[in-house]
Design a protein. Structure first.
Length: 247
């Protein structure tokens, strides 16, 4: 069996995973969290791209990859939600997390960042505990993937019809088989309440790490490491770097 190239996004309490071989789409699955994702693919995956932060700052914010992605996305820069610093990500209450984040960084912690802090903490605990998972997991951001596929940032939010249409068009222009695959992935989520944008995003992440047109790149090109030795980067696939001054 060929190794799988997996894209996985975390939404509304579930993780949606889309798996390609180097030749074609293979399957999709809904899992409970990063632990189950690892258990399912640890023996079969080459690369797993996730949309949850890997590599956290301890005393500054935002992370270098988040700053670079904001510059690359222009008007869609608000799609980049900064990760809390490692200590703040582990706090259970927003006020406590915000106070820790501000004390460490001098910056406010957006509510949207705290809303995903439980995912950030779970990923960080997993990736810093399971050493053999570290070479397999990479962080990607769907909006950056679409930006690289299409050559420009998306114009609309993903949760409106126009946003769905332009993301589907971008996927189809990058890979002509993407539309029926999106349909197949959606059908595989039966029994789970998976948001429609998550289906497109998981396909985008899988197409990013699967070998194909363009080059798998890192933003920034030479990513700094956090204090646990984890790279703070987004991966994307494109013919040219997204930003000359950061690449």
């Amino acid at each position: 069996m060929s190794d799988y190239y997996v894209g996985s996004v975390a939404r509304d309490g579930v993780w949606l995973a889309v798996a390609y071989t180097d030749a074609e789409y293979d399957h999709a699955a809904v899992v409970d969290g990063v632990g189950e994702l690892w258990t399912r693919y640890e023996e079969t995956a080459d690369t797993i791209a996730v949309d949850v932060p890997i590599g956290l700052e301890s005393s500054t914010a935002p992370r270098p990859n988040e700053q670079a992605a904001r510059a690359a996305l222009g008007a869609r820069s608000d799609a980049i939600v900064p990760a809390p610093v490692r200590e703040a990500a582990r706090k259970q209450r927003y006020r406590t997390a915000a106070r820790v984040h501000e004390r460490k960084t001098g910056a406010d912690l957006p509510q949207a960042a705290f809303d995903r802090a439980h995912l950030v903490a779970a990923m960080d605990e997993f990736i810093t505990t399971i050493d053999e998972a570290q070479p397999m997991f990479v962080e990607a951001h769907p909006e950056l993937c679409y930006r690289a596929f299409g050559g420009e940032p998306m114009s609309h939010r993903p949760d409106i019809a126009g946003g769905y249409a332009e993301r589907m068009r971008t996927l189809a222009e990058f890979n002509r088989d993407a539309p029926p695959i999106v349909q197949s992935v959606a059908e595989a989520t039966e029994g789970y309440e998976v948001p429609i944008p998550a289906v497109l995003d998981a396909v985008a992440l899988a197409l990013t790490v699967r070998p194909g047109d363009g080059t798998l790149r890192s933003l920034p090109q030479d990513p700094p490491l956090d204090d646990q030795g984890l790279p703070m980067q987004y991966v994307y696939r494109g013919g040219t770097p997204l930003s000359a001054d950061t690449e």
